[in-house]
Ligand binder design. Sequence first.
Ligand code: SAH
Length: 208
Amino acid sequence: MRPSWVEQQLCARGIVDERVLDAMEAVPRELFVPDDLRDLAYDDAALPLSFGQTVSQPYVVALICQELALGGDERVLDVGTGSGYQAAVLAELVLEVHSIERLPELARGARVALDAAGYENVTVHVGDGTLGLAAHAPYGGIAVAAAAPVVPGALWDELASGARLVLPLGGRRVQRLSVIERAEDGPRLVDQVPVRFVPLVGEGLGRY
Ligand code: SAH
């Protein structure tokens, strides 16, 4: 039996990947939300973080993980660490997670939460994720937690063959969570779902 929040927020909306459901169940979300909002940790909502950022809604995190179609032995890149929650769910699903955050204070907080939850297979980096993270590329999946008008070229370059990049594409108000696969003959758009994320801010948005 799954907990009722998993049934209602995830299963009922089409999250069917058992590994993703197990991962969502395993991560203690209360460790990743601000102390005064712990009572709301399993609510069906994004929650505010400092610096105007947000902890993503559980359903959206599960959807991103399901769309990445992970087998379990990948090294993945998580752009926009924020609270570290998405990174923690990914850590349940793959061997190695590299997560990059532009705001050092948030990266520090995420590291503390990830340590408290025991995720040793996550490395948190401070930097501009629109420029990618070449040191550990290629990635067997890339998740982006902030909206961009275009696909950052560096992220495409660092995607392994056959792997997927999941990112919200669009402007400030209207965005689509877009699933792009690195097929033999170039990018293949697999799926698009309407969502709302904070903006991706960085230097690497203008190359393509
Ligand atoms: N995955 C997070 C969601 C955080 S919100 C979670 O589960 O909590 C998105 C985050 O992306 C914010 O923390 C923001 O600071 C960060 N961000 C925005 N532009 C970025 C960039 N170019 N590189 C890295 N992080 C970025």
